[in-house]
Structures are given as structure tokens and as C-alpha cells.
Design a binder for this molecule. Structure first.
Ligand code: FMN
Length: 352
């Protein structure tokens, strides 16, 4: 099953294995460069069906760090095109995650401390549903006006248009991990009293409007994914799996094809029972109750584990993050363990 093809709309994935989006914090002014070409290209050589870029910011202030990838201007397109050409040349599908960091914007990259960037250090004012900060040491964001909120779906749609020009065949909207769209969904970060806050319908409004706006410009033959945090792990009064199921049903009506099921990161220091496949039950439940294909992610490491997830109908795709940092050829290495023949690229045949 893991190596069975899977079709969404007109796009055929040669197997069920995807490279999960992972920030590389290696861009200048949002541009992709040789690092991204080699990093993503190696994983396409390594046999993954879907190679997804890291979060690409839809506007400059929507970056987590100044070194984030971006797609807020046409000049970003040509180098990305080079990357998608290479990925397609390996018979893999290039995907891009579109993102806005919201209140978690303007910090230094992890290996520089992940700390708030003051204006003197090149930082900027973060924008969020409400003027509520992420953690004790975080910047206090300002609350977006209704007029500014109404522009956000258009920012994602414009970036999707550029993604199309750059040759991507999958767009994933990032509505997880405490970034802007998740901040609207979750009562933990959304304290608004207008049409974008309060009851579920209002908190879900921006995610749904964004999906609708992107679906309008994204070709009918190409898949649209959304990554969500299926739960905040914060109990009552926060975002949870029941709301995620309801959101997934609504997303399906907006033409979203797959829900990529992550969790957490709306607040710091939350106790999360992380362990092998700990988020898989969310993918399974959303798939079953909302009737939409799902992606499973989180501590998926072994071929047997990935195979079981797909074979037992818990998810349609598995996304691997850190394991793909350890082994760019994970899919090629997994195949023989599952008694499946997947030839390496012809350049590497002599190593068989
Ligand atoms: C270095 C790094 C960067 C990441 N960047 C992103 C990102 O840009 N977008 C996203 O949705 N998740 C991001 N994640 C989360 C991963 O996509 C994945 O969901 C998480 O690492 C759990 O999967 P794993 O146990 O296979 O690593 C990142 C993770 C790592 C390790």
C-alpha cells in the first residue's frame, strides 16, 4: 500500500510518501537558492512522491524569521521554477506550503536562539487576530483590522498564482502550529468579538475564506491541501479534534482535497503526549468522520509503521519530517524492507 499510487484530481502520486514542510531558514529576502535546490532535489532523487517546500510567506511580515522562504513577489518565481523542474524530472510532485506567521513572526532562526527580533535587529511588528502574545517573552502583536483581515485571503491567492507560475502542482495552506490561520481558529489566540471571533463559525471564517480564494486561482486539476493542528492539547476552551472534524467537512465543501493532520504549538510549554505516530488518530478520525483524504505526520519513522498507517486506512499519505533530514533516500531504503522493487535513478543503478 505505501508504494501504491494515489491520485487526487489530475495529479498522480507514485506512492504515499511525502516530505513534510520544513523551514530551512536559509533565504535572503524570501528567495530560494542553491540550498533549497539541493535539499529538495535530493529528496526527490530519494523516491518521495511529494516533495513539499517549507512554509513560504505570503507577505514579508508573515515570515517567522528574516531567513524564511517567501512568495510575496514575482521575483521569487524563477528560482522556484528551477526547483520544480528538477523535482518533476525525478517523477515526483512539487508542492509548496503557503503561510503567514501571525503573532509568531519576527524571531531569530532556531540556531540563533529563536528569540524576539527588536526593530534594531531588523524585526517588525507582528499581526494577529488579537493583541495577545504567544509566550511570556514574545512580542505583543497588534490586532488586525477588519479591512486588513479581508485582504488576507487575497495574499494567499496571489501567492498561489505565483506557485502555479513556478510549476508547483500542490499547494498546502498552513493553518497549524500557532501561525496566523490557526490563531484565528483557536480561542486561545482569538479574542475577537466581531465576525472573526467567538463561535466556531466565526473563528473558522478566515481559514474557509482563504481556501475559497485559493481554490479560485488554483487549477481544478491540482490538489489543494490544508495543514491543521487537530488539537491545541489544552482541553476545554481551546481548539480540539471535534472542531477539526467540523472544519474538515467545511473545507471539503470549499474544494480542499486533503487535510494534513498535525497538532499543537498555539502556546508554549504545553504537555503533549508525543511518541510514535501520536497524531495518526487525528488523521484517522478526520478521514472517517469528515470523509476527506488525510495526511498523517509526526514521529513516523519506520517503513512498517508507515505501511500500517496507509494499509489500515488511517491516512492516505504519510508525511515525514525529521526522518527526511536524516535520510534523503528514505523511500528508496523503505521499499526493499517492504519487499517492493523501486529502482533508484539510473545514475545510481550500479549501487544496487
Ligand atoms: C527543521 C524543521 C522545520 C519545520 N518547518 C515546518 C514548516 O515550515 N511547516 C510546517 O507545517 N511544519 C514544519 N515543521 C514540522 C514538520 O513538518 C513535522 O510536522 C514535524 O517535524 C513532525 O514530524 P516528524 O516527527 O516526522 O519530524 C518543521 C519541523 C522541523 C524539524
Amino acid at each position: 500500500m505505501l508504494f501504491d499510487a494515489f491520485k487526487i484530481r489530475d495529479i498522480v502520486f507514485k506512492n504515499r510518501i511525502a516530505v513534510s514542510p520544513m523551514c530551512q531558514y536559509s533565504s535572503v529576502d524570501g528567495f530560494a537558492n542553491d540550498w533549497h535546490l539541493v535539499h529538495l532535489g535530493s529528496r526527490a532523487v530519494g523516491g518521495a512522491a511529494l516533495v513539499m517546500t517549507e512554509a513560504a510567506a505570503v507577505e514579508a511580515r508573515g515570515r517567522i524569521s528574516p531567513q524564511d522562504l517567501g512568495l510575496w513577489k514575482d521575483e521569487h518565481v524563477p528560482f522556484l521554477k528551477k526547483i520544480t523542474d528538477f523535482i518533476k524530472g525525478q517523477n515526483a510532485v512539487p508542492g509548496i506550503q503557503l503561510a503567514h506567521a501571525g503573532r509568531k513572526a519576527s524571531v531569530t532562526r532556531p540556531w540563533d536562539g529563536d528569540s524576539p527580533l527588536g526593530e534594531a535587529g531588523g524585526g517588525w511588528q507582528a499581526a494577529a487576530p488579537s493583541a495577545v502574545r504567544f509566550g511570556a517573552g514574545s512580542q505583543v502583536p497588534y490586532a488586525l483590522t477588519l479591512e486588513e483581515i479581508s485582504a488576507i485571503p487575497g495574499l494567499f491567492a496571489a501567492a498561489a498564482g505565483r506557485a502555479l507560475a513556478a510549476g508547483f502542482q500542490v499547494v498546502e495552506l498552513h493553518a497549524a502550529h500557532g501561525y496566523l490561520l490557526h490563531e484565528f481558529l483557536s480561542p486561545v489566540a482569538n479574542k475577537r468579538a466581531d465576525a472573526y471571533g467567538g463561535e466556531f463559525k466565526n473563528r473558522a471564517r478566515l481559514a474557509l475564506e482563504t481556501a475559497r480564494a485559493v481554490r479560485k486561482v488554483w487549477p481544478a486539476g491540482f490538489p489543494l491541501f490544508m495543514r491543521i493542528s487537530a488539537t491545541d492539547w489544552l482541553g476545554d476552551g481551546a481548539w480540539d479534534i471535534a472542531q477539526s472534524v467540523e472544519l474538515a467537512r467545511a473545507l471539503k465543501n470549499e474544494g480542499v482535497d486533503l487535510v494534513d493532520c498535525s497538532s499543537g504549538a498555539i502556546a508554549p510549554d504545553v504537555a503533549i503526549p508525543a511518541g510514535p505516530g501520536f497524531q495518526v488518530p487525528f488523521a484517522e478520525r478526520i478521514r472517517r468522520e469528515a470523509g476527506i483524504p488525510t495526511g498523517a505526520v509526526g514521529f513516523i519513522v519506520s517503513p512498517e509503521q508507515a505501511e500500517t498507517i496507509v494499509r489500515t486506512g488511517q491516512a492516505d499519505l504519510v508525511l515525514l519530517g525529521r526522518e527526511y533530514l536524516r535520510d534523503p533516500y528514505w523511500a528508496l531504503h523503505a521499499a526493499p524492507r517492504l519487499h517492493v522493487k523501486v529502482p533508484p535513478p539510473p545514475q545510481y543503478l550500479r549501487a544496487l
